[in-house]
Design a protein. Sequence first.
Length: 170
Amino acid sequence: MSLVLLSDTHVPKRARDLPPPLWTAIDAADVVVHAGDWVDVALLDELERRSRRLVGVCGNNDHGALRQRLPEVARVEIDGVRFAVVHETGDAKGRERRCAERFPDVDVLVFGHSHIPWDTTAHTGLRLLNPGSPTDRRRQPFATYLTATVGGGALGDVILHRLPPRPAGR
């Protein structure tokens, strides 16, 4: 199964829409995972319409209908791999230990908030993935998202995708 992992889209505050290469990946994916900070319910509606399966959580910048429709933590099993999705995990220092304690029954934790791509494994085997942001790179050199594959109860082929810079004025 193919997955697209994204977070911190901030549409339409930071961008009018998701970048076209990301929409192409979303259209092709079996599962789309969004780790919060959507900002506007219109993007949730569009991702629900275009995704075969969508797993999402609300972030600290999500209010109103987004908070009503999305949980703070989502847990799903995809082809034998146990995922949890959350927006915030706290400071980078000690993150693996804290998350392993908070999610002892999970194989992969997808999170956002920092806009900084992250891919580490805790001592327990918990894989922590942050896709960065496809629309608001902040101090990162590129806007980013992740793709991954899942098969036979294992996560494989996690790839960080760098997006081209947006044209001026967008």
